[in-house]
Design a protein around this ligand. Structure first.
Ligand code: ATP
Ligand code: FE
Length: 351
């Protein structure tokens, strides 16, 4: 089975071709990602209208490049998978319209994939792991624990009740005068900082369950910054490094403890992370340490597959075509789309 995947739900326009042959490991034949960081740089965040236009302009070209890089034409495909939500609706629409056009013109099966399902199924693209497994999705827009029981079968165990950690990293970078995206910048500063200097909160750590909160932590960093500026007339280099280290440590502590609880309640063979924040070396090391010495294997897909990409969408399409079949040309784009059908709303989606 060879599928084209299309992704345009946030600030990356992406297309990819993924193939699964019986008895063989899945293969990413191509994966094209066109970022928009430069377009939004002046605004301190993703501007939906600008993102939507950029997606509309670039999506056809991304598809062409992905097919060319795979050395395939439309006739070689078995289907088209597209992110149908959740996300910025203008962007999602661009992808869905493009996919529908291709499906209508070729007669190929069309399958609408939940962006979060794409992230959550990525570990099975890179490694041979069995259901069920536990997934921690930590990105700029999401933060949740999922038990993945099948390609379209997810149970949400808990998540952030306010900001996603990536969003908190970005805001902390902003208030400390560091560049965006904030995660890598904060991590680099933290390397020379003393994480113990400032007492920062670990919200909800004292409450049972897997829910998390990062907004109070972000505010605490802001207050500490203001106190330092009032005291010294500015933010000294070491102050900034210490604040970054303290903040990063607090996020890592919360993710560590909540992961420990999730695993205790749902002992599974594999614990996987995905999302941009999974790139954080401190957080990775802590989660790795949590699993070492236990029955559970820790898995973090390569970075390019942790952040937004279309290979994960093509792959989720391959998995879901087999279990639920294709969608019709009436497939709709959805700004909100909880993965877990039992959950009333998608908590932790700060965007
Ligand atoms: P979503 O995919 O949930 O809609 P998104 O597109 O913002 O959200 P990703 O592309 O998966 O998410 O990740 C981007 C986020 O990851 C940003 O908030 C960025 O700051 C954060 N990030 C990237 N690298 C690191 C790092 N080393 N440490 C912490 N955070 C990081
Ligand atoms: Fe994403």
């Amino acid at each position: 089975l060879t599928l084209l995947g299309i992704e345009s739900s946030c600030d990356d326009t992406a297309a990819a071709v993924v193939r699964r042959r019986a008895g063989a490991a899945p293969e990413i034949l191509s994966s094209v990602v066109e970022g928009q960081v430069a377009l939004h740089a002046d605004f301190g965040g993703v501007v939906p209208e600008i993102a939507a236009r950029a997606h509309a302009e670039r999506i056809d070209l991304c598809v062409e490049r992905a097919l060319a890089a795979a050395g395939l034409g439309l006739a070689d495909l078995d289907g088209i998978a597209v992110t149908a939500g959740p996300g910025l609706i203008g962007g999602v629409l661009s992808g869905v319209m493009c996919a529908k056009g291709l499906a209508a013109a070729t007669g190929l099966p069309l399958i609408g994939v939940n962006h979060l399902a794409g992230h959550a199924l990525t570990p099975r693209l890179t490694d041979e792991i069995a259901y069920p497994y536990l997934m921690l999705l930590v990105s700029g827009g999401h933060c949740q624990f999922l038990r993945v029981d099948g390609p379209d079968d997810f149970i949400r165990l808990g998540g952030s009740i306010d900001d996603a950690p990536g969003e908190a990293f970005d805001k902390v970078a902003k208030v400390l005068g560091l560049p965006q995206p904030g995660g890598p910048a904060v991590q680099a500063e933290a390397a020379t900082g003393d994480a113990k200097r400032f007492a920062l909160p670990r919200p909800l750590l004292d409450r049972p369950g897997c829910d998390m909160s990062f907004s109070g932590l972000k505010t605490a960093v802001l207050r500490q910054r203001d106190a330092l500026i009032a005291e010294h007339g500015g933010l000294r280099r070491q102050d900034r490094a210490d604040l970054c280290a303290g903040f990063q440590q607090a996020v890592a502590d919360v993710l560590f403890e909540k992961s420990r609880r999730a695993l205790a309640a749902h002992p599974v063979q594999t614990f996987a992370v995905a999302g941009g924040v999974a790139a954080n070396t401190e957080i990775r090391a802590r989660l790795q340490a949590l699993c070492s010495g236990s029955e559970t294997v820790f898995l973090a897909p390569p970075l390019a597959l942790c952040t937004d990409n279309a290979a994960m969408i093509a792959w989720a399409g391959i998995e879901q075509l087999a279990t639920r079949g294709p969608d019709g040309l009436d497939l709709s784009a959805r700004p909100r789309w909880p993965l877990d059908r039992t959950s009333p709303a998608l908590l932790g989606s700060g965007k």
